[in-house]
Design a protein around this ligand. Structure first.
Ligand code: HEC
Length: 141
């Protein structure tokens, strides 16, 4: 009786062990150290410039990607199409691309209102895509 009761449990433990072994073989976990080093290299000015050129060279796709990300992460404070809300409106403005990149990277404060830095959330490529989207809003009203 007790054997019948425990057999399924023993089998599932075996299955879990087997599956996690397979998962480890397919995608071994990245250690924290490597990941941090990776992020640091990404902020290298040369790499950032390379990503800027890449993102601006396929503008239509970049704006679409930027819009998608903006709607997920930035709309809460900056409003639909950057129409404003908790933070200043971003549409109809005359922004410099490098200023936008730097501000998104480092965050910004106005009085008690704080925008966190996005450096750890988005890669330079993703930040440049956000820049192209915000620049595309300069003609919105
Ligand atoms: C928690 C609220 C919040 C979120 C979320 C947020 N921001 Fe901000 N943002 C602010 C505040 C506050 C400021 C600084 C003061 C202001 O412009 O009102 C600011 C400023 C900015 C500026 C500079 C505007 C200027 O006039 O110089 C840009 C560009 C910007 N944010 C882009 C973004 C992008 C892109 C995202 C999404 C990745 C984002 N923000 C998400 C709150 C936020």
């Amino acid at each position: 009786m007790s054997v019948n009761l425990f057999r399924p449990i023993r089998y599932s433990v075996f299955a879990i062990a087997l599956l996690s072994g397979v998962a480890y073989a397919v995608a071994p976990p990245v250690t924290g150290g490597e990941k941090r080093a990776d992020k640091k290299n990404q902020e290298d000015p040369e790499y950032v410039a390379e990503m800027k050129a890449k993102v601006f060279s396929k503008e239509a796709i970049s704006v679409a990607n930027g819009e998608h990300r903006f709607n997920q992460t930035c709309v809460y404070c900056h409003g639909y199409k950057g129409s404003g809300g908790k933070a200043k409106m971003l549409q109809g403005r005359d922004f410099d691309a490098d200023y936008l990149f730097k501000t998104i990277t480092k965050g910004k404060k106005r009085g008690s209102l704080v925008m966190p830095p996005w450096k750890r959330t988005f890669t330079p490529e993703e930040r440049w895509e956000l820049v192209t989207y915000i620049l595309s809003l300069s003609e919105e009203k």
